[in-house]
Design a protein around this ligand. Structure first.
Ligand code: ADP
Ligand code: MG
Length: 240
């Protein structure tokens, strides 16, 4: 009965249902201690919910963790320490990461794991395979519904474009990608994973001038991570 009343009061104050669920289990000597424990639990629950919401809204293809990632296969530049990378300082400083290397060298794994880490640091993340973003966006533009995407991008802290340069883009695709990258420039971070060397970027884009403009914006505040180990897929293949 009292529990119901507490539940109702919390609802009126928009405090959620958590308090009415846990308050009876809290052990405390004083009122202050009780209140502190209750409020701390509420704050922690909210933070956990927010983190999970960020991860859900990022729409990762799969879940990958930093825990089982072998960093010996990645060369970081001197300017970037591993601790700093894992603490997501690059998002705070609106820096871009370019993860470059052959297929199977852990680019997607690291990009997603860092994306999840960013969610845990309370950042909003958007994950796309580049080709899918371009296709979805081109379709949305035709139907004049792309406003939703730009609004979401406007609120994001990190855009992950996986598999950059696997498929060539038409004029419209290049234009849209340019707009997306421009929209991020100095406002939010971008992580790109690619196996395409910079001097071959114009082979996948329709327009040389736009390619130069995209490259310019991406690279200005970017850090290059070299995935120069052997293919993890081949090394750990069950056919070996
Ligand atoms: P890429 O995107 O570079 O083609 P992936 O990230 O898809 O490669 O990696 C292929 C597979 O190998 C995935 O299952 C991934 O989890 C695993 N893998 C690759 N590199 C590593 C690594 N350094 N540590 C742990 N697992 C790895
Ligand atoms: Mg990949």
């Amino acid at each position: 009965m009292k529990r119901e009343l507490i539940r109702e009061l919390c609802r009126t104050l928009r405090l959620g249902t958590r308090i009415s669920e846990v308050y009876q289990d809290i052990e405390a000597e004083t009122r202050e201690e009780f209140l502190i424990k209750l409020l701390t639990d509420t704050v922690e629950k909210r933070a956990a919910d927010r983190k999970n919401r960020h991860i859900r809204q990022a729409k990762f293809d799969l879940m990958k963790s930093l825990d089982n990632f072998d960093f010996s296969a990645v060369t970081l530049p001197d300017s970037l320490g591993k601790e700093e990378l894992l603490a997501c300082h690059f998002v705070k400083h609106k820096q871009n990461l370019i993860l470059y290397g052959r297929p199977g060298t852990g680019k997607t794994h690291l990009a997603i794991a860092l994306g999840i880490e960013a969610c845990k640091h309370d950042y909003k993340v958007m994950y796309y395979k580049t080709a899918r973003l371009v296709n979805d966006l081109a379709l949305a533009r035709k139907e004049k519904t792309d406003g939703v995407f730009w609004k979401k991008l406007g609120r994001a802290d990190l855009l992950i474009l996986d598999e950059w340069g696997y498929i060539p883009f038409e004029r419209m695709g290049t234009q849209l990608l340019f707009e997306a990258v421009s929209d991020c420039y100095e406002k939010r971070s971008v992580i790109i994973t690619t196996n395409l060397p910079f001097d071959e970027w114009n082979t996948i884009f329709y327009d040389q001038k736009l390619t130069a403009a995209i490259l310019d914006r991406l690279v200005h505040h970017a850090v290059l991570l070299l995935h120069d180990g052997p293919s993890y897929r081949l090394k750990h293949s069950s056919m070996q």
